[in-house]
Design a protein around this ligand. Sequence first.
Ligand code: FAD
Ligand code: SIN
Length: 528
Amino acid sequence: MKTADTDILVLGSGIAGLFYAIKCSAFAKVTVVTKGHIGESNTMYAQGGIAAVFDATDTVAEHFNDTLTAGDGLCDRPTVQLLVNEAKQCVLELEKLHVDFNKTQTGQFDLHREGGHSHHRVVHHTDATGREVENALVKIARSTPNISILENHFALDLLVEDGICKGAIVLEPVHNRALLVKAKLTMLATGGSGQVYAHNTNPAIATGDGFAMAFRAGAQMMNMEFVQFHPTVLYAPGKETFLISEAVRGFGAELKHKDGTTFMEHYHPLKSLAPRDIVSRTILHEMAITNQPCVYLDLRPFDKQEAEKHFPNICKRCADEGLDISKDMIPVVPAAHYMCGGVKTDLKARTSISHLYCCGETSCTGVHGANRLASNSLLEGLVFAKQASEEAHLLLSNLPDVESGALNIFSIAATDSDVTVWKNKTALQQIMWDDTGIIRNEIQLEICIDKLGHMKEETERLINKSGVNKERMELLNLIETSLLITRCAMIRTESRGCHFRTDYPEKEPVATDTLIDKWNYEYKAITA
Ligand code: FAD
Ligand code: SIN
């Protein structure tokens, strides 16, 4: 197998991977491997912004409390403390990296408000914050001599020997062959897994590769059952998914039925700005009892020009759909959005495998608990990338070059298109939406595990017989991630945060984390 050496290997080029790579490039040779174009990531599509305390009437203590409230009893308090303490500094660092956040006429950050926040606290660049951040980081990464970027390179698996991570096996695009990238330290920053669900807000790259790779390598995983569904995705069947940012509700838009009646006041005192899990379940319930395919967001009472100033992309997309926001309400439905669980990490982004680090959406730091507070995700990526880079700086000079006797363990398939793979991916997404979706119960979860088990066997057989390629591996990773979500959902016999079970609608008095690894197939809940 062809090999390459680097000090630090970074898998993924979203906010977490690139911020880490840029920081580490000050003292190390860094290789960034990313499966598509460097900018293609969940980060690119982030709308609302980054939560940080800049308002004079706001406090870090309130950001801390809001995060804990959203997390529904399951957040790790010291980790949340670190997150909120570091928020302001991280935003200022991004500014130094030429990220252009919107300011008021007096030069202060213009702050949006989102669900669960007790103050205006969301630093943003109109309604395209992710694009602004991602483009700035890409520009710096591309021009940094110590950073090598391997685009269109798909990480197949981590290389772990004697409990130490020594890099990863990567699929090269042009020659369609495996490349072993040996590294003293490896950072897993491959983002989320929205593509597990038929309806989701994520781009096509979000296939849960990092969760599956880490699990196969033996890493401990935490709280995989907590999938956050965003309440307001534009209802436009057959069209490309488009999020209607929570900041639109923070601006004042209310959720309504087609006839203009409101309903959120019957469910939560914060009405349309209630926590996401409550709004998503309520919308689903209201759609069911009114037999309607969607509900609506009403921007009509607001000044159109002002709305367009804050949300130019959202207003444009609405206009493209023939909606005039001063006359028409915006049809919306919930969709899978964010994975709160992931690879268990500590305050330095260390995983349970030596020399393997993880940050961003793939990690489970303990910050989000059972449900993530809006706009805490980009922030988490920054804070833990920074923590990990400080750790790398301390460690790196004492680490020897990597020796590895890795064999060519992958047989590479000649072709890339596969009707069976496409068919199974579509089937998997529908199974997960129907059986391990917003509302769950034991019977559906059991049925789901059964169906996924068969699909996994079939996919493994295909790979063993005729080799691996990107699409086959993505399918296997989607199946593995789905199994992790569903098995964890099965053993959490309570309802908490974004995990809701009709057969266990109450919360257990003591909050526990779900910890699993590949040797613990019992998937026992362990009190942290
Ligand atoms: P990503 O940005 O997803 O990057 C992952 C990278 O890994 C990509 O480059 C991908 O190509 C690469 N990759 C994946 N698998 C492989 C593989 N096998 N081999 C090689 N490379 C691989 N959060 C907020 O805080 N505020 C917001 O306003 C906000 N809005 C959002 C709006 C939308 C529509 C979406 C989808 C998410 C939003 N989020 C928001 C969530 C947030 O954007 C993500 O959680 C965050 O960007 C994740 O960053 P990341 O670096 O961990 O992963
Ligand atoms: C949004 O803009 O509504 C998304 C914010 C987030 O997911 O944090």
